[in-house]
Every structure is written in structure tokens, then in C-alpha cells.
Design a binder for this molecule. Sequence first.
Ligand code: PLP
Length: 436
Amino acid sequence: MQYTANNLEQHWLPFTANRAFKNNPRIIVKGEGVYFTDHNGNQIIDGSSALFCCPLGHGRAEIAEAVYRQLLENDYAAPFGSATPGTFELAQKVARITPDPINHIFFVNSGSESIDTALKMAMAYHRARGEGQRTRFVSRERAYHGVNIGGVSLSGMVKNRETFGAVMPNVVCMRHTWNEEYAFTRGQPEHGAELANDLERICETYGGSTIAAVFVEPIAGSTGCLVPPKGYLERLRQICDEQGILLVFDEVITGFGRTGSAFASQEFGVTPDLMTMAKALTNGAQPMGAVAVRDEIYNTITEAAPENAIEFFHGYTYSGHPAACAAGIAVQDIFYNENIFEKARTLSEYFLDNLYSLQQFDCVRDIRGYGLIGAVELKAKGNAGSRGGAAQIDLFQKGMHVKFTGDTGIIAPPFVSEERHIDEMMDKFRAMLKDA
Ligand code: PLP
């Protein structure tokens, strides 16, 4: 193959219609504040914090400088059997904002890895307690837990799982919590807590003592912002306690302030046993994820092995990479020093007022929102997803980036947005809806 400048062919893009993209590329060459610039020099407002990763917007010098300094100081060291200082500092900074007694942090490189790590921790914990028969997992329809085989097994989104079923382990899905009757509900729906009783029925069918853990996103993000009905997460917690099942909150999107609290766990007042996180941990500046666990889980797994033995046979070559830790520390310091989660809470009211004003358009089927995340679901036209796909491209051409799932656009502004930025996003979204 001969190298030629501007050849798009060799790169196989993830989760992208490759052939259509290469006919009409959308290439981002710069990010600054809440704006991107594309390869034609157009300004694009970032309506989804890229992929929910960038609450601080783009181009924060403190993060870039911290990574640069770290790479000069020590670019990499083996994370198995030795460690770098940043891992301890960042773990402490994350544990400071997780709910007690969730104080132990395991680093990974993505949300998908955090899910597979949490699956293994749940199994290791039960085995250490003499309950190794707990090998089944419970998830939910419309769930998204990343793309590794563990996470795809938990997934409740058909396109993500239908091709890979042959290699997936033992997972049973509860029903999702969306209901047409409650369309256009702002915040938590009043009804639907009883859907958590699906977990009880699954225990009656399979035996609660065979189930290791239940995975839920407190707000189901990638399927289009399904906010938990009032009492739903509380009921899941109660059933897990009765049955000895671990409760895992996947906070990959909701973590680090998206709801107005540090984590959705605190926002909804329900403490899980394990929490997965990624994305905003480093403001997207370095690939990184983490699993935070209750002290009892860490202690049970570590104390089950002899003192000089490895206790948990799991880890990644790049777990706690020095550059990712440097980015994470800089980001957590900005969150803390600038009271960033409170900024998200304050801006939420204005954002949601504007978001729900979009319901005047006939093509809108539902709007859902909480904190600084909201979804506008369009009525399907043609194949499922084709209206949404066209809307996403139209929005980009109008100067706005929005993440779409099927026919649903998910708007999640950077927390550093000002009201005028929200106005600009809504104006562009309205212009798209007029033509949709
Ligand atoms: N879990 C949730 C809730 C997510 O939204 C995502 C990604 O969007 C993941 C897991 C997977 O994260 P990653 O793409 O970093 O592997």
C-alpha cells in the first residue's frame, strides 16, 4: 500500500457508518472551551461533552501541562508489583468524593474495562466468602455497559449484542423503566418503582443464591437518558440486601457531577457495593476508568489470600498509567477548587427549561432529562435510527455536535457552558427539528 496524504480508507472507525462517513467526513481538528473546529474551519458547539467525557470543555492548559510534566518525569512503569505515586494520589482524590464506605479504587483504561473488572470482583468476592456458586448476573433491557464481552453480555441493546451471543455468559435482564404514558416527564417519574420487583421474580426463577451481582446505570445514558422512577433504585437495593446480591452502579456517564452530585448514588440516596466510572475522570484527556468498591469487598478479597500472594488475578498493562493519573489529578483538583459539580446543578434548571420547550415540535416523541443530561427522542421515520442519523448529520452541518442513539439525541453540555451556550445549542436543535 502506498502512503498518500488525506487517504481515509485505512482507518476502520468505531461505531460509525464507515462508507457514508468516508463520503462525507466530519473531522474535528481543534477543541477550545465548548467549541470544536472541523476540517473545513467551521465552529461546532459541543452539545454532548464529546461523548459525555468533557465537563470542563476542551483545551484546559492545567490538564495538558500536568500530562506533559509527568511524561518527562516518568512516562511509564510496570503497574504489577510496583507502582507510581500518582495512582495513590488519584485513588485518594476519587475516594474522597465516592459515598462511604466505598473507599478502594482499582484503575483501568475505559468504561468497558471497568465493567469487566467489576464482574470479576463480584465473582472473586463471593468465592472468597465461600459462595462461589454465585455466577449469574442480572442486568436490564436497554442497558449499555460497554463493548467488552462481559459488558456486551450485560447489554440490553440488541444491535450491540445480537452478533456476539455465542460467547456470552449467564445474564438475565430485568425490564427497562421507560413507559410511553410518562412521556415528557421532567426528572424522576412518579411511577415505575415496582419494575424493580423483576429482580425478585428472577431470584424466584433462578435462585437468589446463584446471582453474583446486579448491574444498572442509575440513569440509563446511552439508550437515551432513562431517569429512574422514584423508589426504583431503593427497591433494587432492598432486594439485593435480602438476597446477598451485590449492587453495581455503572456511573460511567453519571459520575463526576452530571446529575449535580458527585455521583448519581449520592443524588438518589442509594449506595451500591461497587461503582464503575471513566469518561469525566480525566475530562476525556487520557483514557482511564476505575472501579470503586466497598471496604468490605476489598478486605474480603485481599484477606482470603496468604499475605505474600497476589489476591486478585486481574489488571491491565496500562492500569493507572502515569499520564492518565496526572490528567486525573489535575481534573479532580479543578472539580474541587472550582466547585464544578455545583455549577452543573445550578445550570441544570436553565438547561432543562430550554430542553423541555422542544416538545412543541410534532416530530418529537419524548423528552427526558435530569441534571445536565437530556434526551430528545424523535418519532421514527423509515428504519429505526434513520431519522436520528440524518438529524445528527444535519446538526453537525448547522454547527452542533450531538450524540445520537437510534432516533434519540442526547444533549449533555459541558458544565462550564454559560446560558448563552445553552441558548445556542437549543437554537441549533430547534432549527434541525424544523427540518426533521
Ligand atoms: N458504561 C456506560 C454506562 C457507558 O455509557 C459506557 C460508554 O458510553 C461504557 C460503560 C463503556 O465505556 P468505554 O466506551 O469507555 O469503554
